[in-house]
Design a protein around this ligand. Structure first.
Ligand SMILES: C[S@@+](CC[C@H](N)C(=O)[O-])C[C@H]1O[C@@H](n2cnc3c(N)ncnc32)[C@H](O)[C@@H]1O
Length: 322
């Protein structure tokens, strides 16, 4: 990570330099480490990640929607691409998992996850590890989980074969929060339009108090450039199911969630990044969250008639054969 400066005050790294971005274009795994190390310090704020009831129930609901509630708590749990621990730490608090080991290709993320766990008052194991080559013995875990991770992994089938290997026979894999092909296209188009409109409107002098400083907007644009390097895949539910089966799993099951909730959520998140954060208080946060909840409830009804490929959020679960 040559050319990097002192850590930023929030404990994360300074924004990737233009040279970093240039080098990362040619090396996906370097890009993953650069981008996610840099994000580690601000990641929880950026994605409104918390370890309270809001995110505990979100994590539990995503897990049970695809894998049911049998077998809780799973004793030996591994998370791949854990980031700051959003999924497994909240699943542990929900009583879904018991002994948690987090892994991530980014050292900064593993550090952040361990810090979050100790702030919550429990110990976890943490290792820097590439999901395509896990540093664990065969059959070491009862469950392997992942959230918003496999779209970053070059060889997704290899990663599932690794997850299969480290699971005990009868153990379960649960991967949630992956973008579908169509859902991602719509979300990105809405986000681009929101960014374009918000950054222009806030240049008006009457709205200057809403504008973000130009250097912060530039840093966001560089991050967006790196994001394009680290986001490798979007998925079709049927194709992902077939891939997980090819990796050796049984009982493969996929669900999709969030249609209108994603159409609302992505522009809202983009808007939040494009304006001065001091302008958005608690009232805004509650409006955004409650609207998302209401739309998610409507989406569950729509799921009866709308093709699953059109929804944004894809989860898959499967079992290692006995
Ligand atoms: C979008 S973040 C999601 C983090 C966390 N699971 C969450 O839901 O908040 C993706 C994470 O995957 C990690 N990652 C990317 N490629 C990886 C790989 N090949 N092996 C392991 N982790 C990887 C990144 O470093 C990053 O922390």
């Amino acid at each position: 990570m040559g050319g990097r400066e002192e850590p930023a005050e929030d404990g994360g790294r300074p924004p990737a330099s233009a040279e970093d971005v240039e080098r990362a274009w040619n090396d996906t795994k370097l890009a993953q480490v650069l981008y996610h190390d840099w994000e580690a310090g601000s990641y929880d704020d950026k994605w409104s990640i918390s370890f309270d009831e809001r995110c505990i129930s979100y994590a539990r609901d995503r897990f049970s929607a695809v894998a049911g509630t049998d077998g809780w708590p799973y004793r030996r749990a591994l998370e791949v691409g854990a980031g700051t621990g959003f999924f497994s730490l909240n699943l542990r608090q929900a009583g879904v998992l018991s002994d948690v080991t987090v892994t991530d290709i980014s050292p900064g993320m593993v550090e952040a996850a361990r810090r979050n766990a100790s702030q919550l008052g429990f110990e976890i194991a943490g290792e820097v590890a590439d999901a395509e080559g896990l540093p664990f013995d065969d059959a070491s875990f009862d469950v392997v989980v992942g959230h918003a991770v496999i779209h970053h992994i070059p060889d997704v089938e290899l990663a599932f074969r690794e997850m299969l290997r480290v699971l005990r026979p009868g153990g379960r894999v649960v991967v949630c929060g992956e973008p579908t092909r169509y859902g991602d296209k719509v979300a990105r188009a809405l986000s681009r339009a929101t960014w374009w409109a918000t950054t222009r409107v806030t240049r008006l002098s009457a709205l200057s108090g809403w504008a973000r400083p130009q250097e912060e907007l530039d840093a966001s644009s560089r991050a967006a450039a790196l994001e394009a390097v680290v986001d490798l895949h979007t998925f079709d539910p049927g194709e992902l199911t077939a891939l997980v089966g090819r990796a050796g799993f049984d009982d493969v099951y996929a669900v999709t969630e969030e249609l209108t909730a994603a159409w609302f959520g992505w522009p809202v998140r983009t808007f939040e990044h494009a304006v001065n954060p001091e302008r958005l208080g608690w009232g805004w946060a509650m409006f955004a969250y409650n609207s998302w909840l209401r739309l998610s409830a409507a989406d569950r009804l729509l799921a009866r008639v709308v093709p699953r490929e059109l929804f944004y959020n894809l989860s898959v679960s499967a079992v290692r054969p006995e």
